[in-house]
Design a protein around this ligand. Sequence first.
Ligand SMILES: Nc1ncnc2c1ncn2[C@@H]1O[C@H](COP(=O)(O)OP(=O)(O)OP(=O)(O)O)[C@@H](O)[C@H]1O
Length: 339
Amino acid sequence: MDNQEIISTRDLSIGFPPAGSQTSATVVGSDINVNLQGGEIVCLLGPNGSGKSTLIRTLAGLHRPLDGRVQLSGHNIDELANREKAQQISTVLTDRLTIGNLSVYELVAFGRSPYTGWFGSLTEQDEEIVSWAIRSTGIEHFVDRDVLRISDGERQKVMIARALAQDTEGILLDEPTAHLDLPNRVEVMRLLRKLAHQTQKAILLSTHELDLALKAADTLWLINRKGQVITGTPEDLVLDGTFEAVFERDSFDFDRSTGSFTLHHPQKEPVHLTGDTVGVFWTRRALEREGHRVTESNGTELQVKVQQDSNTFSWQFIKGNTTTRCESMKALLDELNDR
Ligand SMILES: Nc1ncnc2c1ncn2[C@@H]1O[C@H](COP(=O)(O)OP(=O)(O)OP(=O)(O)O)[C@@H](O)[C@H]1O
């Protein structure tokens, strides 16, 4: 993997200067030392209000740091002209579009403006890049439509296409999957991952899709409620407890053994669960939803054995000396709950 540093920060503080009668600045995050390298996809995660958008806007040079520095390929971002910045990083923000009378194709083609100027005409090479961006994001079927007459999800893909057309080494995206349905979310994440790996672009995106981010990111940047940014591979951050700590809440827990969040604290008796992998996976879900703790160690009063015969599942429910065969999950749950 190419390790070229595209964006880096030195002792960066992010936030908002005093406004109105305020005497001090609102500090959202401080002592931020991160770097974004070519060829990697980084997901920026953190609770609501932790500072993801503020960090992305600051890295993009759209928001002034309270302190410290942002560097683009080793140059202080403040010393670069807007056009130079736009040739190095593109951003996809959550702001709504307000311009009308513009087709989707024209908006994507605006991605080329750092090279052509606002009213510059596209060369054949520019047009090829615009077509590639349109194809890559799968928006060919509505390129002639007015940008104000497309759905939120469609607009999100158009904005990603515009960033791709800008053809920069770094791409920063604030919640690019927010309005997309699941297949499109997976598709966009796959596309961004492919771009990072095949074209050595550095891609940073903020998201609330924790599950998808854990699966897709090479690196996570986690912002906690104190505005500290902790970085690492997803698995390291899960295994050392950092991930869990950042999202700690009374109402749910992160389960390291499954990599998912559990909504319910176990209050009922533990159940020893065994059987085929798929059957165990779905049975575990149902048991945990009902408030049972599922254990792999023997010696519990309650036991469930999942059996699979081609596509048909059945469950043996063992309570003390009594074994009951259940033909559906519902029947198993009824037995468990003595209904
Ligand atoms: N103009 C402003 N002046 C002062 N504080 C602000 C301003 N805009 C946002 N904030 C505060 O800065 C903090 C960080 O906001 P930011 O939008 O960066 O968080 P976020 O992690 O992107 O949130 P979310 O996940 O909800 O989108 C929040 O506490 C927010 O209330």
